[in-house]
Design a protein around this ligand. Structure first.
Ligand SMILES: [Cu+2]
Length: 290
């Protein structure tokens, strides 16, 4: 009941905001495969389509192997102690309190493991955090509860609202893409370096697309950066990943990665549609009824 009401309020907010914005959603006229989305009963990562995502998932696997190995060694030692040195088997306990070689080993081995983890993980962290020269720069602003995007190279911006269930089909999405699909998508060309500056207008939000291996908090008054270079055309979903209020789960992210030609065509139409639109955020916040 409450969620139905929430949906209705959300729908009304979308309609009002679109009216306030005065812009129509500009879509790409191609059929794209949906690549970046969760699958039922899935427990792994979404397919990695950027170098950073591949590195991250590789690092995750290596760390998992290291953790499993450490757990196995510790559990094995515990088992030996329990079985061999319990009171019935070993009635006269040893009084030894120090063993320099042993103490050196159990200090040195964890240090070596930690240094090893630092050696393989820091380069990936730096690769992720150092922003390269951008082909395309976007500013993503989190709002309670939707994202707005500004294509700063071309001076236009638009808002991106979650699609209500009944509007999924008309936008070309499946029913199971509810809570993921938005009325407008971030459209980007394939194999181009994209830098996204993330911020927020009200509270802290976080912009995330798992298949790109990116996640960045958007903090009001600050501009943080993330980058990715998607290698496969398709549709990728993400969700706000910072608890930002009651509709935190209703502000998803949709990114469409297309060929350069399709992008150029979309860009022309998007500039024509969005550049003159009234996208004053104050108007929209009033329309949202906050
Ligand atoms: Cu949020």
């Amino acid at each position: 009941m409450i969620s139905k009401l929430a949906n209705r309020v959300q729908n009304a907010a979308v309609a009002l905001a679109l009216m306030a914005g005065g812009a129509q959603a500009v879509d790409v006229p191609v059929d794209l495969e949906v690549i970046g989305k969760p699958i039922p009963e899935g427990i792994g990562f979404q397919p990695a389509v950027t170098e950073v995502a591949r590195d991250l998932f590789w690092l995750d696997a290596v760390l998992l192997y290291i953790s499993v190995a450490i757990c196995a060694v510790v559990m094995g030692l515990l088992l030996i102690v329990i079985l061999r040195y319990n009171r019935s088997r070993n009635p006269n306990p040893s009084n030894v309190t120090h063993n320099t070689a042993l103490e050196f080993t159990w200090t040195a081995v964890p240090i070596v493991v930690l240094v090893g983890i630092a050696i393989i993980s820091l380069p990936i962290l730096f690769k992720q955090q150092r922003l390269p020269e951008a082909d395309i720069t976007i500013k993503a602003t989190g709002n309670q509860w939707y994202w707005s995007y500004e294509y700063t190279d071309h001076d236009f911006s638009f808002e991106s609202f979650m699609l209500p269930r009944e509007e999924l089909a008309s936008h070309g999405y499946n029913d199971d893409e509810y809570l993921l699909a938005t009325n407008t998508a971030v459209v980007l060309p394939v194999n181009k370096t994209v830098v996204v500056h993330v911020t927020a207008a009200d509270v802290i939000h976080a912009w995330t697309v798992p298949a790109f291996g990116v996640k960045q908090d958007g903090v009001p008054g600050r501009l943080a950066g993330l980058w990715f270079k998607p290698e496969v055309e398709g549709i990728y979903f993400g969700q706000c990943s910072e608890l930002c209020g009651k509709d935190h789960s209703y502000m998803p992210i949709t990114v469409k990665v297309v060929s350069q030609e399709v992008y150029d065509d979309w860009l022309d139409r998007a500039i024509a549609e969005y550049a003159d639109a009234d996208t004053d955020e104050g108007t929209i916040r009033v329309a949202m009824g906050n």
